[in-house]
Design a binder for this molecule. Structure first.
Ligand code: OGA
Ligand code: MN
Length: 289
């Protein structure tokens, strides 16, 4: 019996020469067809960042769609989880009863890979805009696959086989708030390979970020600081960076194995609210790296 699937062709428009694409003609939901999901997964692997415009998503849609891509993580920053749906981490500068309802407020958030500080970091995230300021608050992404592929050979040689030292505390000191005792225990400094092989595509990408990578194992601090600075400068060339200007109804899916991101600040008189899911590799598909 033939299992030929329906022909499905979601429209895809690349954003930059190397990464990012807009997918149109699809409504994300918790009831998508397997064909649509397969096509989205294959685009995700190829383009690393997918933008879906004009989505009108319920929390159930966000969670249902995200769950098709992998297991969902309940983020350790439990003070910012959505009350009804802990799979959703709120990113916001809104306060209720004097308490922030979300992470990252309205200041600058420097370049980082989500969860590079965890042994089993997320495969990706889906960030959906719920309330956005009239200007500012753009999110930038860097294509770390191309940055690695085009890296000068001498720098490739320096980092080959090396481990980066990752600190969530460093990020919080600069851009966020301190973790509580339990969260601190779960986020001690760890090392990760400076070059990460993508679990699905096998492509290599630079796995380091100014916000959290504080050293290189086995290299003294002053020397590793200079090497890291060279690498950061390299990754942040315009050629490797996409600036995302949010519209209401945007849902942006990024690959957290090969893109890092940052957010610019915005005027605190405006409210911004984003719903984020954090997608882990499905247990049966998890590949150690
Ligand atoms: C995140 C993040 C930036 C933003 O959700 O991981 O870094 O623009 N968000 O809200
Ligand atoms: Mn982030």
């Amino acid at each position: 019996m033939s299992l030929k699937s329906h022909e499905i062709n979601l429209d895809i428009t690349p954003i930059t020469e190397t990464f990012g694409a807009i997918v149109s003609g699809v409504k994300l939901s918790n009831q998508m067809s397997q064909d649509e999901l397969n096509q989205i997964k294959s685009y995700w692997n190829r383009y690393q960042i997918l933008l879906f415009r004009d989505q009108d998503l319920s929390k159930e849609d966000i969670i249902g769609f995200s769950r098709e891509l992998g297991d969902l993580e309940i983020h350790i920053r439990n003070e910012w989880l959505n009350d009804e749906h802990p799979e959703i981490l709120q990113i916001s500068n809104i306060n209720v009863d004097g308490k922030p309802i979300g992470a990252l407020s309205d200041g600058e958030v420097g370049w980082h890979y989500d969860q590079i500080y965890l042994k089993r970091p997320a495969l990706g995230s889906l960030l959906c805009s719920v309330k956005i300021p009239p200007e500012g608050g753009c999110t930038y992404f860097a294509d770390m696959t191309t940055a690695y592929e085009r890296l000068p050979l001498d720098l490739k040689t320096v980092i080959d086989g090396r481990l980066g030292i990752q600190s969530y505390e460093n990020f919080n000191n600069l851009y966020s708030t301190k973790t509580d005792e339990n969260q601190t225990t779960l986020t001690q400094k760890i090392t990760q390979p400076l070059v990460r092989t993508h679990p699905v595509t096998g492509r290599r990408a630079l796995y380091l970020c100014p916000g959290m990578t504080v050293g290189i194992s086995g290299i003294p601090d002053d020397e590793s600081g200079a090497i890291l600075q060279q690498l950061f400068d390299w990754c942040l060339q315009d050629d490797f960076v996409y600036k995302h200007n949010w519209r209401l109804g945007d849902a942006l899916l990024w690959d957290n194995a090969c893109t890092m991101h940052r957010r610019e600040p915005f005027d605190s008189v405006h409210e911004r609210l984003m719903f984020r899911t954090t997608i882990l590799p499905q247990a049966e598909r998890a590949v150690p790296f």
